[in-house]
Design a binder for this molecule. Sequence first.
Ligand SMILES: [Ca+2]
Ligand SMILES: [Ca+2]
Length: 260
Amino acid sequence: MLRRRESLSVIGASVASASLALSCRQGGRVETRENRVVAPNPCGEAFADPPWKRLSSAKGDLPVPSTSDQQTGSMVGDIDGDGCLDFVITNRRKGDAAIWMQNTAQGRKQHIIDPGPLNIEAGGVLFDIDGDGRLDLVAGGDNSSNEVWWWENPHPDYDRPWKRHTIKQSDKTQHHDLMIGDVLGPGRPQLVFWNQGASALLLAPIPENPRTRPSPWDIQMIYHRAGTGHSSAGRDARFRLFRARIRRGILAALDIRPRR
Ligand SMILES: [Ca+2]
Ligand SMILES: [Ca+2]
């Protein structure tokens, strides 16, 4: 829940969105951008005053993304490690497949992650896959692709595209809702994602040396939706373990509901 006197920004794309505080240093200081809070409503909550301000590339507040008209995902994280949150926009059909907007004191600066062509499904996650201290990008293909990828953060050379690695390259297409956590723990984190074409929730442990390891990763199914929509996952030992750890808060935000 958003606490009082906490500023929040929402990044919107045509299909997906993300939200996080995006305050940034301006002229060597941190911009706080606190909203004044008015009297609580009957539910005990309070609304910000003045209302949120919408910043749009259409008005010149942000660079126009060099993607297509089907932007599919938006992810927020400190990609360059300067303490200011940046964001990523992914895409399909045409244009750059993924770009990121660097949060600078002079405004947003656009960089290309992958020039494509690549059809990226809605969803995605930023996580330090190779353990070098810099956030990398993970996303999957849409209904035209059976692949899932991660992109290697090229810090500090942001003028070149990121190197793309393959996580999955087999079986069914379309991959939505990716998350990373040590759900089997304790150990190295795992990637968990929904594969619409297979009606399955898949888990892939992050391998040792992911930059040099041969692709794809080892993937295991931890849930499969039966044809009627009633799953058999509750009888699967691995899935019960997974759900138990979710209840303990290790991966509390994962949406395990199958898409219909
Ligand atoms: Ca940053
Ligand atoms: Ca990294």
